[in-house]
Design a protein around this ligand. Structure first.
Ligand code: ARG
Length: 411
């Protein structure tokens, strides 16, 4: 009899390594899938480890797909969860989920598995993604079921010859990809305490950052960053190069008490240097080329978009509809933005576009003013008509106002 197969999202870490054994102990053939979204570490070594644990192993390089199809639409939408978090972890989940489904279908597996606990957002994202793409597959989340503490897990691993990573003494749980790095647990669980320097890996402490500011110029074409410092670059390389550059200046540290999908407030720390710079630069360029009402509506869309990405609703009609709206606004989001990086801050200091709506002759208070100031009076007369009418109606009806007030007092 052939055994049922399960495709597991495999990071090579302790949780998912233990999960391989745990699933095998339940009579399943495990296929380990590692998706490269720009996390550090050797994928070859991860594959090797999966083999040693008796699993078939796949590694998929999805960096370009991640950048182009997940990060880019979120950047175009200026998506920041609760105004702060560029959704680095959240954006990678549906991509990994999509690859899990594809491998499950190729392998004829009936199950998908991930190493998420029952308290976080990532379980919601993986599960919903599977529901949307392949409702016939069943999701298993070993860490949601096994009820082991950290110590019990380590003991379980040692008993079964699963290598326990040497850095397992680290009290932090981290997740990394091209778009950012997430850190939680340990002392971070006390939101009153400043994150210790040791939690950071991508960014220099602002206090130790260079005393000379750094300048970056980003070119956007149709809403997409296409060159850095005047050099055309593939989007993946651009993000990686900018991460380095901005990280050196201490840019991109985020300390956030976050509202999780499951209702828990949690303290999360992020390092997202490239995302911080690119979202600011993109917004600055939009401010130059888009009309006020579109910008206003974009802000509503940005918040809704961030919410649905966070909530695991990537594969939904709403996300597709919002993408269509956002992309319809990006045609003219072309131009150059200069950003100054200095001791943890990124400040837009210049912007230019062939589609700029900025008209010096209209804006200037100096020579060459073409704005017809006398016309403003008539404009304000009409613009203020509702206010004038409202005030007049209030002044005209003292009796009824008195009646209403008397009735309120009588209650
Ligand atoms: N709270 C973030 C999110 O929901 C990041 C979670 C990162 N996971 C981790 N193991 N540190 O997107």
């Amino acid at each position: 009899m052939t055994r049922d197969k399960v495709v597991l999202a495999y990071s090579g870490g302790l949780d998912t390594s233990v999960a391989i054994r745990w699933l095998q102990d339940r009579g399943l053939d495990v296929v380990a899938l590692t998706v490269d979204v720009g996390q550090p570490g050797s994928l070859g070594a991860i594959k090797e480890k999966a083999h040693r644990l008796g699993a078939k192993a796949y590694v998929v390089d999805a960096r370009r797909e991640f950048a182009e199809q997940y990060v880019l639409p979120a950047l175009a939408a200026n998506a920041m969860y609760e105004g702060q978090y560029p959704l680095s972890t959240a954006l990678a989940r549906p991509l990994i989920g999509k690859h899990l489904v594809a491998v499950a279908q190729r392998e004829g597996a009936s199950f998908i598995a991930h190493g998420c606990t029952g308290k976080g957002n990532d379980q919601v994202r993986f599960d919903l993604c599977t529901t949307a793409l392949a409702p016939d597959l069943t999701v298993i989340a070993p860490a949601r079921e096994w009820g082991m503490t950290r110590e019990e897990e380590i003991a379980y691993a040692k008993e079964r010859g699963i290598p326990v990573p040497v850095d397992d003494g680290s009290p932090y749980s981290t997740d990394e990809n091209l778009w950012g790095r997430s850190i939680e647990c340990g002392v971070l669980e006390d939101p009153r305490i400043e994150p210790p320097e040791e939690v950071y890996a991508w960014t220099t402490s602002p206090a130790a950052a260079p005393d000379e500011p750094g300048n970056v110029t980003v070119r956007f074409e149709g809403g997409k960053p296409t060159s850095l410092q005047g050099k055309p670059m593939d989007f993946v390389d651009l993000i990686a190069t900018l991460s380095e550059l901005a990280g050196r200046h201490g840019v991109g540290r985020i300390d956030h008490v976050e509202s999780r999908v499951v209702g828990i407030k949690s303290r999360e720390v992020y390092e997202c240097p490239a995302a911080t710079v690119l979202v600011k630069a993109h917004q600055a360029l939009e401010a130059l080329v888009l009309p006020r009402d579109v910008l206003e509506f974009q802000r509503i869309v940005a918040s809704r978009y961030a919410g649905l990405v966070y909530d695991g609703l990537w594969f939904t009609p709403l996300r597709e509809a919002l993408d269509a709206f956002v992309s319809s606004t990006q045609d003219r989001v072309t131009g150059d933005v200069s950003v100054k990086l200095f001791k943890g801050t990124a400040t837009v200091v210049g912007r230019a576009s062939p589609y700029s709506l900025y008209d010096h002759a209209l804006a200037t208070y100096s020579q060459g003013d073409r704005f017809r100031q006398s016309m403003a009076e008539g404009f304000i007369y009409v613009w203020g008509l509702p206010a004038r009418t409202w005030a007049a109606a209030g002044a005209k009806a003292p009796a009824s106002t008195k009646l209403v007030k008397a009735a309120k007092r009588a209650k």
